[in-house]
Design a protein around this ligand. Structure first.
Ligand code: HEM
Length: 406
């Protein structure tokens, strides 16, 4: 609010409001909403430099679709700092396509999209159904209380990444526990660093194993391309980094949102055919991956304003997805609305590569969870659910739930 108040009274550009956890856990910070009157405005970054903030849906799409805006990490520096991320992590491994521009980006991107075939997607859908059932079985047996994050929201996407990478069954427990440490907000930086190094080491070994003996998975498919071992391991790390925490937090926070909106929950329960639409609306409403950063490679005019070469732009996904000019009554979770066109998966050349998989995971997982536990409810008052306020992916740290035993 301080930032918004300042913006209204002086020419001083506001800083990016990040205190998402202070009001309604599903809404953008009030100070961010207060900035939405101007879809593209100046913004002061944490290091003091002045760049741009896009809060409007049209402005966000225009910037993300325009190749004159770069994703290169070195141009985005100093980026919006993410408090709590261990600083001593090794640099991003080779193959991290999120930080590349065309033509390097295009080469990797083509190779990867070509591997998400219809057959592969059908196979992955069957696996999501299987893993969902297994996790729900275990949760039911251990219940009637559970931490939904540890029992369901985290393991389902983690097992799906194992499936994509072809992690052998015998390695999955170790793999999952290292992944859990990296994403654990409460783990210390040293433990995270160790788990990260061990995981990268494991990915290197996995690539060699797949080269020697290919199995039926995406990583093995990629060994037939001209990518080096280092690139393949980097891509494995990228799929893990991009595909796990995002989906896990959508499942955790999404369940919290449904439990907090009983009319919507009942509507989905009554008609599981609404699952795909519900997933789109939850993606829009929750916008867990936020913000997206870019830097102008040349002078670009957006919405009548001139963004100069070299200037940094922060695209607020959550603000764009709550833009009333695009989504009427934007703060209402309404699973009957058509939320298509949201930017929760980004937009343009870098638009989420795993979005089909993420959609399938969620469209299977939410209805299965509700069908298994017809009396599912929070086990603590909603204000006691711990929120991930120190991570670049928003969500819940855990979600204590309970149900009536049959
Ligand atoms: C890119 C969100 C799930 C792999 C992105 C971007 C967003 C996003 C916003 C664009 C970043 C940018 O433009 O800079 C999400 C959300 C997910 C999800 C909200 C879950 C609900 C997944 C999954 C995978 C995945 C399951 C992989 C299996 C990727 C990759 C990129 C990406 C590889 C980089 C694409 C590129 O730079 O060309 N994701 N993602 N994501 N995502 Fe996802």
């Amino acid at each position: 609010t301080a930032a918004a108040a300042t913006a209204g009274t002086t020419d001083e550009p506001p800083t990016l409001p990040t205190d998402r956890h202070t009001g309604c856990p599903f809404d953008p910070p009030a100070a961010l909403t207060a900035l939405s009157d101007q879809p593209l405005r100046r913004m002061r970054y944490a290091d003091g430099h002045i760049g741009w903030l896009a809060t409007g849906h049209a402005a966000a799409r225009a910037i993300l679709a325009d190749p004159r805006f770069s994703s290169r990490n070195e141009l985005l520096h100093p980026p919006v700092p993410v408090p709590g991320m261990p600083e001593e992590l090794p640099p991003a491994p080779v193959g991290d396509i999120t930080g590349l521009d065309a033509p390097e980006h295009t080469r990797y991107r083509r190779l990867l999209t070509g591997k998400f075939t219809v057959r592969r997607m059908r196979q992955l859908t069957e696996r999501v159904e299987q893993f969902t059932t297994e996790c729900l079985d275990a949760m039911e047996q251990a219940g009637p209380t559970a931490d939904l994050v540890a029992a369901f929201a985290q393991p389902v996407p983690a097992l799906m990444i194992c499936e994509l990478l072809g992690v052998p069954y015998g390695d999955r427990e170790r793999f999952q526990s290292q992944v859990a440490t990296i994403f654990d907000q409460t783990a210390d930086a040293e433990a995270k660093g160790e788990a990260y190094t061990a995981l990268l080491q494991y990915l290197n070994e996995l690539v060699l194993a797949k080269r020697a003996e290919p199995t039926d998975d995406l990583l093995s498919d990629l060994t037939t391309s001209d990518l080096t071992d280092e690139e393949l391991a980097g891509i494995g790390g990228l799929l893990l980094a991009a595909g796990l925490d995002t989906t896990a937090n959508m499942l955790g926070l999404g369940t919290f949102a449904l439990l907090s909106n009983p009319d919507q929950l009942d509507a989905l329960r009554a008609d599981p055919g609404l699952a795909e639409q519900t997933v789109e609306e939850l993606l829009r409403y929750l916008s867990v991956a936020d913000p997206i950063l870019r830097a102008a490679l040349e002078d670009v005019e957006v919405e009548g304003q001139l963004i100069r070469a070299g200037e940094t732009v922060t695209v607020s996904v959550q603000a764009a997805n709550r833009d009333p000019r695009k989504f009427p009554d934007p703060d209402r979770l309404d699973i009957h609305r058509k939320a298509t066109g949201h930017v929760a998966f980004g937009h343009g050349a870098h638009q989420c590569l795993g979005q089909q998989l993420a959609r399938v995971e969620m469209a299977v997982a939410f209805p299965a969870l509700l069908a298994r536990f017809p009396t599912l409810r929070l086990a603590v008052p909603p204000q006691e659910v711990p929120l991930r306020d120190r991570s670049n992916i928003y969500g819940v740290i855990n979600l204590p739930v309970t149900w009536d035993k049959e």
